[in-house]
Design a protein around this ligand. Sequence first.
Ligand code: NAD
Length: 363
Amino acid sequence: MEIERRTLIAAAPLLAAGSACAQGRGRTLGYAIVGLGGYGLGRIIPEFKNCTRSRLAAVVSGDPAKAKKVADEHGLGADAIYSYDDFDRIRDNPDVDIVYVCLPNSMHAEYTIRAARAGKHVMCEKPMAISVAECEAMIAACKAANRKLMIGYRCHFEATNIAAMRLAKSADTGKIRYVRSEHGFNAGDPTAWRLKRALSGGGSLMDMGIYSLQAARYMTGEEPIAVTARESTDRTDPRFREVEDMIDWTLEFPSGAIAGCQSMYSANQNRILLMGTRGRVELEPATRYEGNRLWTGRDGREQEVSPPPGPGKTQFAGQLDHLSACVQDGGTPIVSGEEGLRDMRIIEAIYRSAREGRTIRLA
Ligand code: NAD
């Protein structure tokens, strides 16, 4: 237990700096939430009450009745409601500083670019888009408009993952040799947009595998140099006519570390395991909204670690306030558009490797 205590105390100043940042100076920044679905409405909007620098300022929806109901519940007037068609009018609303894109993946690029052109900073959900070309266009649009772009990689603001990142770098863990990460859930409705290639851009990899990929990168702190992947999908299953179910891939890192990653749409799993030369770090569940757990040990789960608080009251509040702080204080988001682009380059290489049955070298 002493080992974890020392490592986490060493991390405390950094975490404290994050929370001091989120204490807030000056006015809170206004967010417009685009897409009132499971994540935008169900998860993000309720989090503004936990924020110190961010507030809900507008909603964008294709459903006027739903938008009015949400606006009424949050004390917003009719002038804070936009449809997808009149979204560009948001440029005339000085109350909106940041647009948060919570739409199906294939719509991320369009709404990010339209938001930047309307003079707004952008938070865009993961995956950043459905191709490298789209990610590059999004970065270029935000640069041209001198606006910030951040990707909704909430785990960077989640206490258990932050503690694990510290432990991964600690002498007690030693040199990281191997990472294993699996993410998945049992997909239901075959008509859902996640299972339609035109809207999702791909299957479990785009949705859940991106957590495994992110974990491999943020836990090792390295960029992969090669990827080898294979896919297993039952194409007679009506859910998987257009997108993959299971995909498994191996990343090679410059230090010699290897990451074995996987995602699937036919079982529930949520796990990260780090094997260092001196010890191991394990998270399960690893990247859920709540209830993530962390263990260290030499041979197994020997000690459960209680992480110190993260930078926000919740990971979502920490994420929202981080972008507000970057806008107010002139910083760069720790999970910028470039970070989303890096993942998309690797995702394209994973798909290519699975398709061509060979290892793909990454530049
Ligand atoms: P959802 O299906 O619950 O909501 C999607 C929203 O987009 C709905 O309001 C829907 O009406 C709207 N929409 C507009 N045009 C649409 C179209 N042509 N087809 C379907 N819906 C359309 O999805 P969600 O779970 O809220 O996911 C939205 C985004 O958020 C996705 O990019 C997803 O990857 C991301 N997400 C991230 C997390 C996370 O933990 N970071 C969790 C869930 C979802």
